[in-house]
Structure formats: structure tokens, C-alpha cells
Design a protein around this ligand. Structure first.
Ligand code: FES
Length: 125
């Protein structure tokens, strides 16, 4: 019989995953699954990362003080209306996002707290 599994403590996990101890303000998820990728979502993801790095907002290995985590994700059901971009904690889901929309989303939503309504198709909560 196997020995019971011991779950590491929060402190042990924080030492291995620095994001745990970091104050993130927002998380941006860009769908890079098949349909969104076919509509250019990789370029959208890169546009977000480049602009967020430029603005010193991106949390990554090179800037552990960044307030925004930007990651790719799998399909969220916006396949026919992608690229899909989700912003948390607000739970705002954008559709039809192009690289040209990225500066507006960063300025208005991520920095100003005002979602870009013309691209919003779903709200959680
Ligand atoms: S492929 Fe992006 S939402 Fe389905």
C-alpha cells in the first residue's frame, strides 16, 4: 500500500511558484486554440505581451513587479467569433480581437478600468 500523499504547505509552494506571493491586479487570457489561432490569436497574444512589457505591466520572469499576467488558454466556446480574450477579475469576455485593438484594451480596461464595450460579448458574475 502506498504511503499517504503529503500536500506541501502554502509556504513550500510559494517558494516554488513566486506568482503566489505577488499582487496581480489582472489576468488576460488569449485563446490560442484552433479556430482562434486560425483568426490570428497568436498575433493578439504577442501584441498584448509586447505592449504590456513596454508599459512595465507584464508579470513575467523579467519583471516580477508586473501587475498583469498574460497567458494563452484553450477554447472557451467563442470559436466562431474569435479571437477570444478574457480579462479577470472582471470576467469580461471579448470577441473579434485583433492586434490593433490591444492598445485600446490596455489603456481603457487594464489601466482605466473601463471595458471596451464594442468588443464585449459576455460578462461573468
Ligand atoms: S477556439 Fe478560441 S474560443 Fe474556441
Amino acid at each position: 500500500m502506498d504511503a499517504p500523499r503529503t500536500t506541501p504547505s502554502p509556504e513550500q509552494d510559494a517558494a516554488l511558484a513566486p506568482v503566489i506571493g505577488h499582487e496581480l491586479v489582472r489576468q488576460v487570457l488569449v485563446c490560442t486554440s484552433k479556430s482562434c489561432a486560425a483568426n490570428g490569436s497568436e498575433a493578439v497574444l504577442e501584441a498584448f505581451r509586447a505592449r504590456l512589457i513596454e508599459e512595465k505591466l507584464l508579470f513575467y520572469k523579467g519583471n516580477q513587479a508586473g501587475e498583469v499576467q498574460c497567458i494563452n488558454c484553450g477554447s472557451v466556446g467563442f470559436c466562431a467569433i474569435g479571437p477570444a480574450v478574457l480579462v479577470y477579475p472582471e470576467g469580461i469576455w471579448y470577441a473579434h480581437v485583433t492586434p490593433a485593438d490591444v492598445p485600446e484594451i490596455i489603456e481603457s480596461h487594464l489601466k482605466g478600468g473601463m471595458p471596451v464595450e464594442r468588443l464585449v460579448r459576455k460578462r461573468l458574475g
